[in-house]
Write a protein of this length. Structure first.
Length: 187
């Protein structure tokens, strides 16, 4: 069973991923999110980078999200999403490594556009504001929680730690809970 915090984190992410705000996450939401990211990073249409972004999203849908579609309507509702993450990611010991780490790595590589092995605040804000529809204020708060050593950039280790905590930890004190900004107030 996921605790209340774990359910709230997943519900928050679900809202960010439901780009057309129709209450379900489907392939179109991911396509829209990919478009927002491509535009924000200024990748030319048809370029290698924009193809890679769309590829990643297609795989994210096929390999991580679609398996959560319990009733087979090719849309994932909040219940399916929460239950699916619980089953595939949060509960199994290797759940993060198997299902989320490859996605986190892919996003890391997409964000690190100059390839210097660091995600700067600017790169993070661009990703958060486009792909995850976060306000700049929320993205800044998130970044400051994730940059554990305070050097102004995110290392791959910092990003993995944050992701694993976001998707798995039941502990309210974890910095990774801030990965997608502050959680909406309860109730
Ligand atoms: Ca939707
Ligand atoms: Ca469904
Ligand atoms: Ca850092």
């Amino acid at each position: 069973m996921l605790n209340d915090l774990q359910q709230r984190k997943l519900a928050h992410l679900f809202t960010l991923l439901d780009v057309d705000d129709d209450g379900t996450v489907d392939k179109m939401d991911y396509a829209a999110s990919a478009d927002r990211l491509v535009n924000a990073f200024g990748f030319a249409p048809g370029s290698e980078e924009s193809r890679r972004v769309r590829d990643r999203y297609a795989r994210l849908w096929d390999e991580v999200t679609l398996p959560m579609d319990a009733d087979g309507d090719e849309r994932v509702g909040l219940q399916e999403f929460t239950a699916g993450f619980g089953r595939f990611v949060t509960q199994p010991e290797a759940g993060y490594r198997t299902h989320i780490a490859p996605v986190a790595d892919a996003f890391y590589d997409l964000m690190d556009t100059d390839g210097d092995g660091r995600i700067t605040r600017v790169e993070y804000l661009r990703m958060a504001g486009s792909a995850f529809r976060m306000s700049e204020a929320n993205a800044v708060v998130a970044f400051d929680h994730l940059d554990l050593d305070g050097n102004g950039s995110l290392s791959r280790e910092e990003l993995h730690l944050a992701n694993e905590q976001f998707f798995r930890s039941p502990d309210a004190r974890c910095h990774g809970n801030w990965l997608f900004g502050p959680l909406p107030a309860q109730g």
